[in-house]
Design a protein. Structure first.
Length: 264
């Protein structure tokens, strides 16, 4: 059984939710990313999502776009990210998902990437802009290496698309909270709970909510309807504040722990 699937099964037994923090690889440098990964893994992350920087991140809001720009300026690459994961996995068993746009994976070569990702300890891949109708080549390459494919569903994803996703999706469904880009929000889409129920009924996988999760209170509001919560921009904002103030990630850690506590 894949580690990601196992995490959700074990949390379900304890009536807890998966806490899935996101960070952008190489923002602002590899050394900082290594420290943040360790902070996450040591303080309650059930799964960690690592963003693969790309020059045209159309699904991301200003916070993650800026993070990707900083990382790209420091010459981050997919090869360096796999090396980062490999070093992390020598000390920690926390499952790792790489989340990114298809172009870097395609440029690397699906088969070669899948082999190298497996060797480094990657557990799952989420390609933001890969529609299920075109997913077969990448999905097969990953499947051959026992890496699971994770797919997005949004408030406007229709039944036909959900059935197409069902053919490939494993582990969990990444439920996008709003029809828009990533970023902290005070309010999420109306009708979100009904959509979550529709997705669960159609695909029958755990559902984790991302895009816009900005507080423990927001997690509490949707807690009973979901299996996990993904937080990115809100954490990156705290990391940026700590770097500006030259503090050892105090604000980030305090906020991180408040989110982990609500999930568990």
């Amino acid at each position: 059984m894949n580690k990601i699937t196992k995490v959700f099964e074990e949390l379900l037994k304890k009536n807890q939710k998966a806490f899935i923090p996101y960070l952008t690889a190489g923002d602002p440098d590899i050394e900082t990313t290594e420290k943040i990964l360790e902070l996450y893994a040591s303080n309650g992350a059930d799964i960690i999502e690592i963003g693969v920087p790309f020059s045209d991140p159309m699904a991301d809001g200003p916070v993650i776009q800026a993070a990707m720009e900083r990382a790209l300026k420091n010459s981050i690459s997919l090869k360096k990210i796999l090396n980062l994961v490999s070093n992390f996995k020598k000390k920690y068993s926390t499952p790792i998902i790489l989340m990114g746009y298809l172009n870097p994976f395609f440029s690397y070569g699906f088969e070669k990437f899948a082999k190298d990702a497996k060797a480094s300890g990657v557990d799952g891949i989420l390609s933001v802009d890969l529609p299920p109708e075109e997913a077969t080549p990448f999905y097969k390459a990953l499947k051959n290496q026992e890496i699971i494919s994770i797919f997005l569903a949004t408030p406007v994803t229709n039944q036909k698309r959900l059935h197409a996703i069902q053919k490939f999706a494993e582990g969990f469904i990444y439920m996008v909270s709003v029809a828009g880009v990533t970023g902290e929000r005070k309010n999420l889409d109306e009708g979100l709970i009904e959509k979550i129920q529709e997705v669960k009924k159609t695909i029958r996988l755990p559902v984790a909510l991302g895009f816009g999760i900005s507080s423990p209170e927001m997690i509490q509001k949707y807690y009973s309807h979901l299996d996990g919560f993904i937080v990115g921009s809100a954490l990156i904002n705290r990391m940026e504040n700590d770097l500006k103030n030259q503090s050892p990630f105090e604000e980030l850690k305090t906020f991180f722990l408040s989110l982990a506590k609500v999930c568990h």
